[in-house]
Design a binder for this molecule. Structure first.
Ligand SMILES: Nc1ncnc2c1ncn2[C@@H]1O[C@H](COP(=O)(O)OP(=O)(O)OP(=O)(O)O)[C@@H](O)[C@H]1O
Length: 486
């Protein structure tokens, strides 16, 4: 009966040794297999019977450019868009793999492969592609099943991301979240944790770009008393704090090569050694990492270890930038304006339809974080409960040194310049959060680097050591380092 048939995997490779060893591994893992030597045979087999997953080589002749592989991938994607394809590439041909992923491959692995890792990759790829609500799930249906609180949007690309989160949250699979600065990677990490069986334990967020190399081991693994001059007491590291929970490695692309090896060791063995300790400790952590850099390209240029990359990217979630899901902007804007008004204790505000259209047409290089700031600034500077297009345009001009802008009647900030309002807001937030930089940055929707810059500009306190303040390294960087919009 069709509903009880084993899952069937098509292997496409012209090397019979590869076909045989893959078929053996797949049979041992409980799958049915089919083999094809070339694209023509592969497409004929796909037309004859249902297949659940394709493992596809990239070269089928003496040519090694991978073009044939990309053409076959395109043909499969066009005919069977829901069928996941895993590409097989030669060690070191990451650039080709990246093109394949951009063309819709679910993932890729390199030859020679590690049997255990490949079996896990196949299992999670099949799980992620499982039909049920996938692809077509509405936001309502997803919300009935999972808790995506705080992630606003209904665009098909966002729904696909939410579907994947739902499917992988409750596994141990490492997840790599890719996307531009400010597009919601941290919210996705939170949602993965919240929807997993680990939600009762901590999600520990570490900004890898903010840990100084000399402190990496002690921050991550902890230290015992006397391990070094300043080690007055034993100190638990982030890995221990995340035990049985989730470790969120933000800005993973910023990690230097020597610390990459140290991290790899924990991920491989699930053990670590606190600095100065004589014994290793066990770590049961689920790793979610994020970066706004193209990690595969860093691998190709030698800046990021290939083996660590494979440990992190079993599941890759690519978050679309806001400009690629513009239909969500009105929804986001209405939600954010409500939140912002409430956070300042202001009466609720609305956005005129024309203003929503204008907002929807902007490029938003800083994504949702930038949209949030624009809404916040405009709300504070315009003393009306309905925000119009002219208000946004005027505030933007004012921000960029233009004319007097929309600053007419304002809410509690009358007579102040935009600079003064900003200073006022930051000072207020500092007071409210007792100077905790991480919380202040979060409350203002700024990266910590952007906040430090503003603190300095307004002469508000001195910028503290980024690795120690508030004990929270999340948000230590932001778009600034990666050439973002700020
Ligand atoms: N879908 C969304 N719905 C509502 N708010 C969102 C959404 N996505 C992002 N935001 C908000 O936008 C801001 C930036 O989001 P977040 O910090 O998750 O981005 P990021 O991709 O991790 O950024 P960075 O790479 O700079 O760390 C946050 O204030 C977050 O709450």
């Amino acid at each position: 009966m069709e509903s009880t048939r084993k899952q069937r995997i098509l292997i496409i490779d012209d090397d019979s040794a590869v076909q045989v060893s893959l078929a053996l591994l797949l049979k041992q893992s409980g799958y049915d297999t089919l083999c094809a030597d070339d694209p023509r045979q592969a497409l004929a087999l796909l037309a004859q019977q249902p297949v659940d997953l394709v493992l596809q080589d990239m070269n089928f002749s003496l040519q090694t450019s991978g073009e044939e592989g990309l053409q076959l991938l395109a043909a499969i994607r066009a005919e069977y868009p829901a069928l996941p394809v895993l590409l097989m590439t030669a060690w070191g041909s990451i650039a080709l793999a990246v093109r394949g992923m951009q063309a819709g491959a679910a993932n890729f692995f390199t030859k020679p492969w590690d049997n255990t890792q490949l079996a896990e990759l196949i299992r999670t790829t099949l799980e992620a592609a499982a039909p049920a609500p996938a692809g077509s799930a509405s936001r309502q249906a997803l919300d009935a099943q999972f808790d995506f609180g705080g992630i606003i949007g209904e665009h098909p690309r966002l729904l696909k991301v939410l579907t994947t989160i739902g499917q992988v949250a409750n596994t141990r699979a490492p997840v790599l979240i890719l996307g531009e600065s400010g597009c919601g990677k941290e919210l996705v990490a939170d949602a993965i944790h919240r929807n997993s069986a680990r939600s009762g334990k901590a999600i520990v967020k570490i900004n890898m770009g903010a840990i100084t190399p000399t402190l990496f081991e002690s921050e991550m693994f902890g230290h015992v008393r006397g391990a070094f001059t300043d080690a007055k007491t034993d100190r638990k590291g982030h890995v221990a704090t995340a035990h049985e929970g989730t470790l969120f490695l933000d800005e993973i692309g910023e990690l230097n090569r020597s610390d990459q090896v140290k991290l790899l060791r924990v991920l491989q063995d699930q053990t670590y050694q606190p600095v100065g300790a004589s014994r290793s400790e066990k770590a049961d952590v689920r790793v979610v990492s994020a970066t706004n850099r193209e990690l595969a390209e860093l691998v190709a240029s030698g800046e990021f270890r290939e083996d660590l990359f494979y440990r992190l990217n079993l599941i890759t979630i690519r978050l679309p930038p806001l400009r690629e899901r513009r239909s969500d902007i009105p929804l986001l804007a209405r939600h954010i304006i409500g939140e912002v008004a409430a956070s300042y204790g202001l009466p609720s505000a609305t956005i005129a339809p024309q203003a929503l259209e204008w907002l929807s047409a902007q490029p938003w290089p800083g994504n949702i974080r930038q949209l949030k700031q624009t809404l916040e600034r405009t709300l504070l500077l315009v003393g009306r409960s309905e925000l119009r297009q002219a208000d946004f345009v005027a505030v933007e001009q004012h921000e960029h040194g233009g004319g007097p802008g929309a600053a007419g009647a304002r809410l509690g900030v009358d007579g102040m310049t935009l600079e003064q309002v900003e200073r006022h807001m930051i000072a207020h937030a500092l007071e409210q959060h007792q100077g905790n930089i991480s919380r202040v940055a979060k409350a203002l929707g700024l990266s910590r680097t952007a906040l430090y810059r503003r603190l300095e500009r307004h002469g508000l306190g001195s910028a503290p050591d980024s690795a120690t303040d508030g004990g929270n390294l999340a948000h230590a960087d932001g778009g600034a380092r990666s050439g973002g919009w700020r």
